[in-house]
Ligand binder design. Structure first.
Ligand code: SF4
Ligand code: SF4
Length: 167
């Protein structure tokens, strides 16, 4: 997130992309297994299975998903899958002029992001109703907006009781 100030005006810029949660409610909401936790930690969508029901859109507490009107399936940020396959970083990371975004492997203790998380205090934005354990962190000193939305799941979808936190 970037912050700009001047003559009484403050602007907050906060990317609202998928947070690649460790306990993603979008995965629990999907009735056909089209969205899943990938082995590298990202949450992905298999477009060949998705039926475009939209359950995961309302099930995400961060409003990170949307129905693609052209493809008639759901879509979201996947940290630039095609770029990752070529050994490149996500486009938002390399195009940011102030290098406000740092991307890396949290499972590698030597990665830049792991080192940063060790030495700095970070903030995570947690929904009051459900903690999906997001994997996007904000550096100390930033003030993330509380943009999480109220997630709703279809009644037919079974969720472990422990998954939902009471307010
Ligand atoms: S931010 Fe939303 S879409 Fe992304 S993994 Fe978490 S629950 Fe799923
Ligand atoms: S729209 Fe979401 S919940 Fe529905 S099938 Fe596709 S990935 Fe699953």
């Amino acid at each position: 997130m970037a912050q700009a100030g001047g003559r009484g005006i403050k602007l907050h810029f906060q990317p609202g992309n998928c947070l690649q949660c460790d306990e993603p409610s979008c995965v629990a909401a999907c009735p056909v297994g089209a969205t899943f936790k990938y082995k590298d930690g990202r949450v992905l969508i298999d477009p060949s299975i998705c039926i475009g029901c939209g359950n995961c859109v309302t099930g995400c507490p961060y409003g990170a998903r949307y129905l693609n009107p052209d493809k008639h399936i759901v879509d979201k940020c996947d940290f630039c899958q095609r770029r990752l396959e070529q050994g490149l970083e996500p486009a938002c990371v390399v195009t940011c002029p102030t290098r406000a975004r740092i991307f890396g492997d949290l499972n590698n203790p030597l990665s830049e992001i792991s080192q940063l998380l060790k030495r700095e205090k970070v903030v995570r934005v947690i929904n009051q109703k459900v903690d999906t354990k997001p994997n996007v962190f904000y550096r100390k000193g930033t003030a993330p907006l509380t943009w999480p939305v109220e997630p709703t799941l279809p009644g037919s979808i079974h969720m472990p009781l422990a998954f939902w936190k009471k307010k």
